[in-house]
Design a protein around this ligand. Sequence first.
Ligand SMILES: NC(=O)CC[C@H](N)C(=O)O
Length: 231
Amino acid sequence: MKFAVIVFPGSNCDIDCYKAVEETIGQSVDYVWHTATDLSAYDAILVPGGFSYGDYLRCGAIARFAPVMAEVVKAAEAGKYVLGICNGFQILTEAGLLPGALLRNRDLKFLCHPSPLEVVNASTPFTNQYRQGEVISIPIAHGEGNYYCDDETLARLQQNNQIVFRYANGGNPNGSVHDIAGICSERGNVVGMMPHPERAVSQLLGSEDGKRMFTSILNAWREQHDAAVNS
Ligand SMILES: NC(=O)CC[C@H](N)C(=O)O
């Protein structure tokens, strides 16, 4: 399986994502610069966190126009796995691949700490190795992680089981609607989340709870692949 980690000017979690793929599932992974115009070689696209284009205008608002984004949209439409983490989530909402928007944190402060998360949907390609309702610990690190969507969109997200993670144990660090920490597209192959699973892949980092996001992706891909081979 082949992973791409997209790198924008200002990305700062690209190396963590690369290492997480290498060390948790040992699959092939490349850094792909934001000017790239062909992602056809990749099965999964990771849009990492950071401060793309200095967060000018609005987080993700400029990155969404980078040449590589047309390819990310194409990959998502083709059913490939696309995971946006933190700034990556902001970019995916700006690009229209996921509904809603990320606003400034309720208390207008940058927040950086471990956060308990409930796995609400354990049947996406990114969460199949978790149990539904399980509470895991994954760190957050953002200034604009306050997920907002209107009531109609929230109802649709609930109906389609598109809420993947919620802040758990009564904590909602940033004011997100319905405590939402991560969502998926209708088809489930695109996920965006504010917490950083790539920063939770070893006890040295404080948690290993993020590892299963990467093993989930590999598991989903293998299942899809075996099904295609056997059909
Ligand atoms: N770690 C990140 O990706 C941060 C995202 C964005 N720069 C914010 O502060 O909200």
